[in-house]
Write a protein that binds this ligand. Structure first.
Ligand code: LER
Ligand code: MN
Length: 275
């Protein structure tokens, strides 16, 4: 069964970012539970910030799961990424992600490599960047497996990376890895920009799809743009996807309304009978 999740951002520098709830984890979890979400996804400034949350008690009280933990604060706050030509900075990026894996693992939450993947540029060739990213995904994927969780790798649109921008490029990146613990995060916003056809791309990715960022064409809550969810949901069903549809969307017009609109659309598109 595909379950619903909603993002909570604790990163001051990402206040304008595509997150439904901000700042107050307890209040956000209570609101998410009241609306009927199954889980929350956390974007935190550091592993220490996650560890300081008493998440166990809060998740138990609200009967929510932790769907995933983001690692992008390493980039947003510290400018770290996995393609950095400086080995010291690259190692710091890896350690930042390992600590987030450690913090999410007790709750069964996989970590997401999104903006921490970095990009190639005039200091780093495409092939050097690809090698470095693969090397980190191999090592972080095994690290996550040792902690009992998967690792999500997220292709991003062309304005945020120049490495893997489509599901197909994501699969090519992961193909040489010896670990099978790294799977793709399909963000419908990025896919709407880069894919020829979102449903076809999901079908081709098949069991490599491990997580979905559920959002509309304009990065607002699902139902506030012009995304056609019917073929997307059908494709996810056809590939036997049973992970989360996690709302990573702007808090427009506000957090509560974005969450409410998301769950309404989720219930309409995922709970209806299409066949
Ligand atoms: C960034 O655009 C994004 O989609 C995030 O999920 C990356 O961590
Ligand atoms: Mn995303």
């Amino acid at each position: 069964m595909i379950r619903s999740a909603v993002t909570i951002c604790l990163v001051e520098q990402a206040r304008q970012g595509p997150f439904v709830f901000h700042d107050d984890v307890a209040a956000s979890c209570r609101k998410a539970a009241e609306l009927g979400f199954d889980a929350v996804e956390l974007f935190a400034p550091s592993a220490d910030a996650i560890n300081a949350l008493s998440l166990g008690a809060l998740l138990q009280e609200t009967n929510l799961s932790l769907a995933a933990v983001g690692t992008g604060a390493g980039m947003v706050i510290h400018g770290l990424h996995l393609c950095d030509p400086d080995v010291v900075r690259r190692t710091a990026a890896r350690e930042f992600i390992e600590a987030i894996i450690d913090a999410g693992a007790p709750y069964g939450a996989p970590a997401i490599i999104g903006s921490m993947q970095g990009r190639w540029d005039d200091r780093t060739s495409l092939s050097a960047a690809t090698d470095r990213l693969r090397d980190s995904l191999e090592s972080l994927g095994s690290y996550a497996a040792d902690h009992g969780v998967r690792l999500f790798y997220e292709p991003l649109n062309r304005y945020e990376t120049n490495l893997a921008m489509t599901m197909e490029q994501g699969m090519e990146l992961l193909a040489p890895l010896t670990t099978d613990n790294v799977v793709l995060l399909a963000d419908l916003f990025h896919m709407n920009i880069e894919e020829r056809n979102i449903a076809d791309a999901l079908r081709a990715a098949g069991s490599t799809v491990g997580h979905v960022h559920f959002v509309d064409s304009n990065r607002q809550a699902a139902g506030r743009g012009h995304m056609d969810y019917t073929p997307i949901v059908q494709a996810l069903r056809d590939i036997g996807y049973n992970g989360y549809a996690s709302a990573e969307a702007f808090s427009i017009p506000d957090s509560d309304e974005a969450a409410r609109q998301t769950i309404e659309t989720f219930n309409t598109v995922f709970r209806q009978n299409i066949n």
